[in-house]
Design a protein around this ligand. Sequence first.
Ligand code: GDP
Length: 477
Amino acid sequence: AFITVKELSEKMKINPSDIIKKLISKGIMVTINQQIDYENASQIAEEYGFLLEKKEENEDNLEIMDKEDDEKDLLPRPPVITVMGHVDHGKTSLLDAIRKTNVTQREAGGITQHIGASVVEINGKKVVFLDTPGHEAFTAMRARGASVTDIAVLVVAADDGVMPQTIEAINHAKAANVPIIVAINKIDKPNANPDRVKQELVEYGLVPEDWGGNTICVNVSAQKNLGLDDLLEMILLEAEMLELKANPNRPARGTIIEAQLDKNRGPVATVLVQKGTLKTGDVIIAGTAYGKVRAMFDDKGRKVKKASPSIPVEVLGLSDVPKAGDILVVLDDEKKARSIAEKRKEKFREEEMMQKQKISLDELFNQIKEGNVKELNIILKADVQGSVEALKSSIEQLSNDDVRLRVIHGAVGAITETDVMFASASNAIIIGFNVRPDSKAKSLAEKEKVDIRLYRIIYDAIDDLKAAMKGMLEPEY
Ligand code: GDP
């Protein structure tokens, strides 16, 4: 005896039912908790491209742990905002307008710089906007484990109202626990109807403040520059309530917002500092890139020597181009940074071959039993709204003391890449009823190991969920 099927599957991040299938084809009948011998285990491992070693390897700690800051060292920091909303409702226009109102005459000619985030000032206080609007970018970051957004500004056009991507944005922000401020845009239009927008928002759980709820709604026109200061003030107010704080007096930690290779300057990365202060000369590591901060520029293209919490800066001096979502950490020793970066590279190469293990119906019962799972998140797509509603309520009723079934997004339409990204970020499975994934969604789901289940009969979907909760689901061959 050597290793259980379960351990082997966890180590390789391969579905246990696939391993059992392979063993059966070799004439070995086992269940998931049974042990198999070294020879069989290493043969299986080899088929997946792994080398099985008898001795447990002592893994180097490649995660650079962060120490908690003392409450007394924390100081207020500016809020970081992502703008979301339906296409054409004015996200880009709003970002542009906000940036422009804030530029002094002297600078006005000079802002061509786009580093991935912009700093805006109102009443002497800073607000930071991420330049890429939309919940797709937001969720892609989250899927990589990075969360930088403090507040989501949801843009809804006053002449168009709540639309499918508005609902997606609401659900994505809610799943990330990020508060939403609504900007009702295009109020300059003759057919603008802000009250109708508010009514529609109520249906999605956003009750405006002036109607007794707690969702801040601000009427704006990005085109006519109306209400922008109000919006910024509301953002500051919300930020104050969130009591956003960080310790600026420690080595920096931040997230890469954007990065590319510049012909003349080498790898260039925009970092949003989240803790501490980043300084020129600091030894840094971000993903598999490392180096020393050679120079830094702010969002207006000015050279700076330091960047404090919530402030985005463009950094030169990395060995390589990091990925958006990578965590940047300041270390005390360049040799150490280099060695960690190299080990990470090796590990990532290995990981590319394995895939991240996500929740799946096959594994649900085991994960519940081990106490790893208390909640099963589900994204539901169906051909008609009636089926979405029917399935949603039947599914949620299946919840028991061990596990809660939660439909985090339900909508009409095919399963798209955004759905898969959302599932990946929220560790959810996707249920399709009379709809299929498009080809891009399908390949992304394979890559991200997102479990997609397709059904034509409501009963079948419910039966499978029930069976999975009891560990009685027939494996799919
Ligand atoms: P996005 O897809 O959400 O980024 O939307 P855009 O910012 O590209 O805007 C879509 C269209 O709406 C553009 O033609 C804008 O000029 C227009 N638009 C944006 N804001 C306003 C506004 O406040 N009033 C009016 N009338 N048009 C606007």
